[in-house]
Design a protein around this ligand. Structure first.
Ligand code: NAG
Ligand code: NAG
Ligand code: NAG
Length: 506
């Protein structure tokens, strides 16, 4: 009896082992719950525009299905609680706000009530909803949900004509996913099929849009929340998700491109980090340990622990203020100044060097302290308080909203590259809060900082070791199991059970 039931344990062990590579990829959605208010919107003073004429944008779209200007300002939100787009889902249309996340690949909407959301998608009321009778579960760096896979018709309201059939997950239950103060009811994963759950056959939303509407395989993001993060904004700030290309009025100067290393997350290669004028001088593989990605669904700039510690050291040395409590850097404490005394002059700029498409060159994206020393509205009436917009990470470097808000980011999937240009809304009092400079020679840098050549063999070794271990356990369990089961089945009293056992083994 005991031996026979160990088959179930065996099945469990086997599925854990063989499923391991999938089970342990957590998707880095990390959004801070809104706890604070903010008083004013960002100063969106437009600067002078200059088209770099790189031909990405479609002056006139032959299909007539996209109008970039109509898509401008189609997002709302802030870095603290995410940027979302309004969509019409189902027939008749049900309107929902959907979080824009370039760090995952499932399109999922609430399909049951939850205390933190105002409404949800009622699948029973949509005549075009088709369930595929399959459940799916997705786990993010923060939060998870479980739901039912299906398809339905959707139309996006602004600038993208036509409706299409897309895969969606109807969320039935979740934990830590919907948060207090959010104003969205679903998530739009814009990364590649490889991250889709349960597997890449669930075609991600943007792949379906490109295929069904025939638009170019490019989208671009502008998020305008600099200076208002982590707050319950009465008037949420704006942003734009341009599908099919790049809209020239949203950026200034040139678009600088970095190759997409692997098509799962938007993985890029970071060559160097600089605090003020000081190069951190770490082995460049440390910056990409175990990957470096661009993710709109992550609030902060997240750095591998070693890199994070080096950045904090360098900021402390150059900040003129040496006595911050460690809680400030750890994100558990705010730093406050008397009202009106802006602290930014005490802090250095942060620069990230990215590999250029000419791989012997790089360019750097720079954020000013206004972007990473982030205001939190008055905790006390006489003080202005700020939090540190950088945090340590155990699963790679993440260029999150804190950095993305400085730039117009072009996800040029058709040419497997990410473009960065100065965002025209990352401006305060007429001064730009971000910079892009280049090209720099990258010839002194290692040929490959991504660690891919290191990581892959290691993964293989680990998976072979796991398989060997599983195999051994399997053999031992089979031996323990088969002999006693046989003996008993001769006595004729456990036939049902042994057929059950065989069934499970299959
Ligand atoms: C924050 O919001 C609450 C509730 O909306 C309001 O009573 C309070 O005055 C706000 N505080 C600030 C500083 O705006
Ligand atoms: C797109 O929508 C606009 C305005 O609603 C309309 O004038 C245009 O004809 C539409 N284009 C297509 C291809 O349906
Ligand atoms: C790439 O960069 C190198 C070093 O700056 C330069 O010599 C070379 O001409 C560049 N190649 C192209 C195709 O621009």
């Amino acid at each position: 009896m005991a031996h026979c039931s160990s088959v179930f344990t065996l099945a469990l062990v086997a599925s854990l082992c063989f499923g391991a590579s999938r089970c342990y990829i957590a998707i880095p959605l990390k959004i801070y719950p809104g706890k604070y208010n903010v008083s004013s919107e960002v100063d969106g003073t437009p600067a002078t525009f200059q088209d770099d004429g790189n031909g990405l944008s479609l002056a006139s779209d032959p299909t007539g299905t996209v109008n970039f200007l109509d898509m401008v300002n189609n997002l709302q939100g802030d870095s603290g609680r995410g940027y979302y787009i309004e969509m019409s889902i189902g027939t008749p249309a049900q309107k929902l706000n959907i979080l824009v996340d370039t760090g995952s690949s499932n399109f999922a909407v609430a399909a049951a009530p939850h205390p933190f959301i105002t409404h949800y998608f009622n699948t029973a009321l949509s005549s075009t909803y088709v369930s595929s009778d399959q459940t799916v579960a997705v786990r993010y760096t923060q939060g998870n949900w479980e739901g039912e896979l299906g398809t339905d018709r959707i139309s996006i309201l602004d600038g993208l004509n036509g409706s299409m059939t897309i895969h969606l997950a109807a969320i039935q239950s979740s934990e830590g996913f919907f948060l207090p103060g959010i104003n969205w009811q679903g998530i739009l994963g814009l990364a590649y099929p490889m991250l889709a759950r349960p597997d890449s056959s669930v075609e991600p939303f943007f792949n379906s849009v490109v295929e069904q509407l025939g638009i170019p395989d490019v989208f671009s993001l502008q998020m305008c929340g600099t200076g208002v993060s982590a707050s319950v904004v009465t008037d949420p700030v704006r942003g734009s998700l341009i599908m099919g290309g790049a809209e020239p009025t949203l950026y200034r100067g040139l678009v600088w491109y970095t190759p997409i290393l692997e098509e799962w997350y938007y993985q890029v290669e970071v060559l160097k980090l600089q605090v003020g004028d000081q190069n951190l001088n770490l082995d460049c593989r440390e910056y990409n340990m175990d990957k470096a990605i661009v993710d709109s669904g992550t609030t902060l700039l997240r750095l591998p622990v070693n890199v994070f510690n080096a950045v904090v050291d360098a900021i402390t040395r150059s900040s003129l203020i040496q006595d911050f409590s460690s809680g400030f850097w750890e994100g558990t404490k705010l730093a406050c100044w008397l009202k009106g005394e802006t602290p930014w002059k005490f802090f250095p700029k942060l620069s990230i060097y990215l590999r250029a498409t000419n791989t012997s060159q790089s360019f750097r994206i720079t954020i000013l302290p206004q972007m990473y020393i982030q205001p939190i509205t008055e905790v006390d009436g006489t003080l202005d308080c700020f939090r540190f917009g950088v945090s340590p990470s155990a699963n790679g470097l993440v260029i999150g909203a804190t950095v993305m808000e400085g730039f117009y980011v072009v996800f040029d999937r058709s040419q497997r590259r990410l473009g960065f240009a100065l965002s025209n809304c990352a401006v305060s009092g007429g001064d730009a809060l971000s910079e892009i400079t280049g090209p720099f020679s990258a010839e002194d840098t290692a040929a490959d900082c991504s660690g891919r050549t290191l990581r892959d063999p290691l993964l293989w070794v680990i998976s072979y070791a796991l398989m060997a271990l599983c195999g051994m356990i399997l053999i031992v369990l089979l031996l323990l199991l088969v002999l006693p089961c046989r003996r008993r089945s001769f006595s004729g009293d456990v036939t049902d059970e042994s057929s059950l056992v065989r069934h499970r083994i299959k």
